[in-house]
Design a protein. Structure first.
Length: 116
């Protein structure tokens, strides 16, 4: 039963993608606001040497994008603009987190080796 419902919903989305744009953007903007706020809170605890600035940037980008989309996001009729909004957010947010991950990985102390 669940599988057939999922396939039906997927078929509707493929045939008429504009119907899911607004609910998807509402969900994505709420998610971005919450995760951005959590990242800002986590950045307060992270030292500057470990990438506090990058986590702040990621949190500001996430929360800012969520607030912007919730307030003045693209309409359901403009699927192309939705792709631009999501793509820009994903690139900036993803780049900040990727750079942060590399920086944290470099700062990690090497694992102790066992007796040889």
């Amino acid at each position: 039963m669940e599988g057939s419902v999922n396939l039906g919903v997927a078929g509707v989305i493929l045939i008429w993608p504009a119907i899911v744009v607004v609910p998807f953007l509402d969900l994505a903007s709420a998610w971005a606001i919450v995760t951005g706020a959590l990242m800002l809170a986590a950045a307060r605890r992270l030292s500057l040497a470990h990438g506090q600035t990058l986590l702040l940037v990621a949190g500001i980008v996430s929360a800012g994008w969520g607030i912007l989309v919730a307030g003045v996001g693209p309409s359901a009729d403009d699927v192309a603009a939705t792709r631009v909004w999501l793509g820009t957010y994903a690139l900036v947010f993803g780049a900040a987190l990727l750079i942060l991950a590399v920086r944290l990985r470099q700062r990690r102390e090497p694992a102790p080796t066992g007796p040889s």
